[in-house]
Design a protein around this ligand. Structure first.
Ligand SMILES: Cc1cc2nc3c(=O)[nH]c(=O)nc-3n(C[C@H](O)[C@H](O)[C@H](O)COP(=O)(O)OP(=O)(O)OC[C@H]3O[C@@H](n4cnc5c(N)ncnc54)[C@H](O)[C@@H]3O)c2cc1C
Length: 452
C-alpha cells in the first residue's frame, strides 16, 4: 500500500435532488470511492490498482428535508400511519450519515457550467449560497401538483398536509370523485376504496380507456379497468368535466344516505360536457402535466419540454453555451430518455451516473489533473451506457397489481407482492438502495490511501 500525496484534493460533488436518482448516485459513488463495487451492480467492479480509493466530498441539495417515497403518495393521502413512514428526513437515513456527505435544504436556482458553480436558495434563510463543484449530478425529477404529490418541504408539514387531505376524503358522505384515469388517478381511487370501502368512490376520465395517454397495449389498459372495478370504484369513461359547482351546505339536521350522522359537509356538483351531473363531497384532481424541474440549468442543456439532453452515458450533450459537459450528468425523470418515467429507471440511471463519474475521475487522476499525482499510464474511461427503455408499467390497484412490458401483461395479488408488497414498494426501494445500512469501518471515507 502506498499513499497518495496530500496534494490530492477531494473531488467535490454537488447532487441536486435527494430522491431515487440522487440517492442512488450518491450511494453507488460512495461505494466506488471506498474501493467497493457499486451496491446496485451485479458484477464486481474492477478497481484501478493505483486509485482503489478516491477522496470525495458530496453536498446533496434538496428542497425537501428528506426522502419522500413518491410512489407511496396515493396511500399516504389516505393513511396517516403510512404517511409517517413514507417521508424520511435526511438525518434519519443511516446510509448517508458520513463525514464526507453534507445536506443543504434549499433550491438550486442557477448553474454556471463554465465556473462549475451553483447558486442555491437556502430553505431557512432564502439567502443565495454559492457552491462550487468538480462534478454535478442532477436528479431533480419533475414538478407535480397537489394532490398528485404533497407540496410541503418539511416532514412535519407534510404530515399535516396529508392529515388534512385524509380528513377531506374520508369525511365524505356524498362520496369522492377522482378526476383523471392515468396511473396516479387509478392508484388514488383504488387506495381510498380499499382503506374506506364504505365511501362511494368514482373515477372519471375524459377518454374511452384508462391510461389513454400512455403508449401501452390495450390488454394492460383493460386489465387496469377490470381491477379498478373489482375494488368497488365506479368508473365513468368518456366523461369530460365541464365545471364543478359548490352547492349550499346542507342544514345540520339533514342526514345523508351514506351516513346516519348529521353533516354540514360542503357538497359539489360535477357537471360533464355530455350533460351528466354527479353530486359529491370531494373532488380530487389527479391530473398532472408534470414539468421537469430543470430551470436552473442553462437553456442550451434542455429540450423544448425542459428535459435535459443527455448522451447514453448520461453526461450532458455538448451545445453552444454549455461548458464542462463531461462534469455535468443528469439522471432520472429530469433527463430526456425513452420509456415511461419510473423509479426503477431513476435508480438505474443513478447507478450509471456514479459509475461514469468514477471513470471520469480515474481519467483525471491518471492524467495528474487533481493535484500532482503521477499516473501509471492514462486510464481510458469505459462508460456504462443507457439502452433504449421500452414502455413498462407496474400499477397498484388496491390489493392487486397489473404490470406490463415487452413480455406482455400480468396481474393479480402475486404481481402486487412482487412489485409493491403491502407498502407500495417502500421497503423494496429502501432495501434496494440499502438506505438502512450504516457506513461500516471499511467503507468510511477514504484515508487518501491507494494500493500502488
Ligand atoms: C403518485 C405517483 C406514483 C408513482 N408510482 C410509480 C410506480 O408505481 N412505479 C414507478 O416505477 N414509478 C412511479 N412513479 C414515478 C416515480 O416516482 C418517478 O419516476 C421517480 O420519482 C423519479 O425519481 P427522480 O429521483 O428522478 O425524481 P423525483 O423523485 O421527482 O425527485 C426529485 C427530487 O429533487 C428535488 N428537487 C427538484 N428541484 C430541485 C431544485 N431546483 N433544487 C433542489 N432540489 C430539487 C425534489 O424535492 C425531489 O426530492 C410515480 C410517481 C407519482 C407522482
Amino acid at each position: 500500500m502506498g499513499s497518495l500525496p496530500d496534494a490530492v484534493a477531494p473531488f467535490k460533488f454537488l447532487i441536486v435532488g435527494c430522491s431515487y436518482s440522487g440517492l442512488s448516485s450518491a450511494l453507488n459513488l460512495l461505494d466506488l470511492c471506498n474501493g467497493q463495487s457499486p451496491r446496485m451492480s451485479h458484477e464486481p467492479y474492477k478497481h484501478h490498482p493505483q486509485f482503489k480509493r478516491i477522496p470525495i466530498e458530496i453536498t446533496i441539495v434538496d428542497e425537501r428535508d428528506g426522502f419522500l417515497h413518491l410512489i407511496g403518495c396515493p396511500m399516504a393521502f389516505v393513511s396517516s400511519d403510512y404517511a409517517s413512514k413514507t417521508w424520511v428526513r435526511f438525518q434519519d437515513i443511516p446510509a448517508l450519515q458520513r463525514p464526507n456527505v453534507r445536506f443543504v435544504q434549499g433550491s438550486v436556482d442557477k448553474v454556471d457550467t463554465a465556473a462549475k458553480a451553483a447558486t442555491v436558495l437556502a430553505h431557512a434563510t432564502k439567502e443565495p449560497l454559492e457552491l462550487s463543484y468538480d462534478f454535478m449530478i442532477v436528479g431533480s425529477g419533475l414538478r407535480r401538483v397537489f394532490p398528485v404529490v404533497p407540496q410541503s418541504l418539511l416532514r412535519k408539514q407534510f404530515l399535516l398536509e396529508a392529515e388534512e387531505h385524509i380528513h377531506a376524503v374520508t369525511n365524505a358522505p356524498d362520496g369522492v370523485i377522482v378526476v383523471g384515469g392515468g396511473a396516479v388517478g387509478i392508484e388514488m381511487a383504488a387506495e381510498l376504496k380499499v382503506i374506506r370501502p364504505d365511501i362511494n368512490v368514482t373515477l372519471v376520465h375524459s377518454r374511452d380507456q384508462l391510461l389513454s395517454s400512455e403508449g401501452l397495449p390495450d390488454e394492460c389498459k383493460t386489465r387496469a379497468l377490470e381491477l379498478l372495478r373489482e375494488t368497488g370504484v365506479e368508473v365513468l369513461l368518456g366523461h369530460r368535466v365541464a365545471e364543478t359547482v359548490k352547492l349550499p351546505s346542507p342544514s345540520p339536521s339533514t342526514s345523508t344516505p351514506c351516513s346516519s350522522t348529521p353533516s354540514t359537509r360542503a357538497r359539489y356538483e360535477v357537471r360533464f360536457t355530455n350533460g351528466h351531473k354527479v353530486l359529491t363531497s370531494e373532488v380530487i384532481m389527479a391530473i398532472s402535466r408534470p414539468k421537469p424541474s430543470t430551470g436552473f440549468l442553462p437553456a442550451a442543456a434542455l429540450d423544448e419540454e425542459g428535459y435535459a439532453r443527455i448522451r447514453p452515458n448520461l453526461f450532458l450533450e455538448p451545445a453552444d453555451g454549455l461548458h464542462n459537459v463531461d462534469r455535468h450528468i443528469v439522471a432520472g425523470d429530469a433527463a430526456r430518455w425513452s420509456g415511461i418515467k419510473r423509479c426503477g429507471g431513476a435508480m438505474h440511471m443513478g447507478h450509471f451516473a456514479a459509475y461514469n463519474c468514477h471513470q471520469r475521475m480515474l481519467e483525471i487522476l491518471t492524467a495528474g489533473g487533481q493535484g500532482e499525482v503521477p499516473g501509471e499510464g492514462r486510464h481510458e474511461a469505459k462508460f456504462q451506457e443507457l439502452s433504449f427503455f421500452p414502455n413498462v408499467i407496474g400499477l397498484a390497484v388496491g390489493k392487486k397489481a397489473v404490470a406490463c412490458g415487452p413480455d406482455g401483461t400480468i396481474s393479480g395479488e402475486d404481481v402486487m407482492q412482487a412489485y409493491f408488497r403491502d407498502d407500495l414498494g417502500f421497503q423494496i426501494c429502501w432495501n434496494y438502495m440499502q438506505l438502512g445500512k450504516t457506513a461500516a469501518e471499511e467503507d468510511m471515507p477514504p484515508t487518501i490511501e491507494a494500493s500502488a
